[in-house]
Design a protein around this ligand. Sequence first.
Ligand code: NDP
Length: 444
Amino acid sequence: MSYVDEVLERVKAKNASEPEFLQAVEEVLDSLRPVIDANEETYRREAILERLTEPDRQFKFRVPWVDDNGQVQVNTGYRIQFNNSIGPYKGGLRLHPSVNTGIIKFLGFEQIFKNSLTGLPIGGGKGGADFDPKGKSDREVMAFCQSFMTELCKYIGADVDVPAGDIGTGAREIGYMFGQYKKIKSVYEGVLTGKGLTYGGSLARTEATGYGLLYITEELMKCHGESMEGKTVVISGAGNVAIYAAQKAQQMGAKVVTCSDSTGWIYDPEGIDVALLKEVKEVKRARLTEYAAARPSAEYHEGRGVWSVKCDIALPCATQNELHLDDAKALVANGCKAVCEGANMPTTIDATKYLQENGVWFIGGKAANAGGVATSALEMTQNSERLSWTFEEVDSKLQQIMVNIYHTIDDAAKRYGQEGNYVMGANIAGFEKVANAMIAQGVC
Ligand code: NDP
């Protein structure tokens, strides 16, 4: 049996109750076959794949807090430090009722390769809690964040592990967590990224994942003799990634006609009004029905449906496993040319294969949404320097990083005779750097 298959079997047996983690490992290991086969003896002796698929350590903890009725609530907090071969652990904190060990592990595992691809010195980690900030008062969110950080602060630090935002964790939550870290540890350091601009945050971090997604998509189109100008784009999600992806796509001359949240979706043939979407989602924290009510050209539909809309480019920006095989078939039938993932693992494995086999240019989240963590690393650099760069400086570095990522993954795919397979290219390029560092650092 090949080394990859052996490790896959072992990982499946050991983590049977963690389907998202298994999906992520299978996708990565499968696409690493050409590299592993070419260096099997070394990787097998060094147990590189076994070490890569086992986190350095994982924390799971109780998060008690008091709600507005004086009732004590209890959530479960997580932090998984997966691999720090090339830098301190780095990865977001997800606050969502669906959070469990398997989801945090899949995200932490993916983060290793994504962070490596940025070319910056950051390792892979992820965390969060099964807490739902939706419908909670500011005071309740603060109570939760303070309790969460009271435990988390024991495991993180500016040179150890630097968490950031993710689903459910925006500027408000990062602010409350930063305040609590500072109070308990009596140290002012860049322990979190995505901070507010008045206390060490970086300009352009808010926009970075969405903008970065568009920078890599634009480079992809350019390298295929196309441009963003006049293209019809469908986007899922209506959160941080989706909003700024829509904004940048429109700045590039494309028309974004959809967005969605966990209850429904919008079709707006005139093009999404980003200012209105921001007002509804960022300020009012309301449902998309409010967008439709304020915008005569928009249709609101319950449930899922974004991928049924005819488009040139599809950008899934909501959550994992939100683009299924049937959706991929609809996209291909409607002539979609490119799918680039703003979210983490939004496309199922069979849908990805279908898109690739039917000639759709497909860039997975590890490469396509790396702009967020890359800019977080730029925030860490500014914090270390005790300096703040201008929006333009950060944005131009982000743009350069995304263009570099495109060429890195394109070159890696070509090196292994798989031109155009950007999923394989991303996994290979991300893996090579981490594996070399692991071997150089000995058995640890
Ligand atoms: P937000 O919380 O800001 O927005 C998430 C959006 O997705 C919301 O519109 C939400 O709808 C929707 N959504 C969440 N869960 C589900 C679900 N189960 N079904 C349908 N819709 C859902 O998160 P972000 O925009 O920050 O993150 C989106 C994705 O991008 C995630 O996969 C995240 O891991 C990834 N990512 C984010 C980065 C960042 O910098 N923020 C960096 C790299 C990746 P509703 O409002 O109804 O909950």
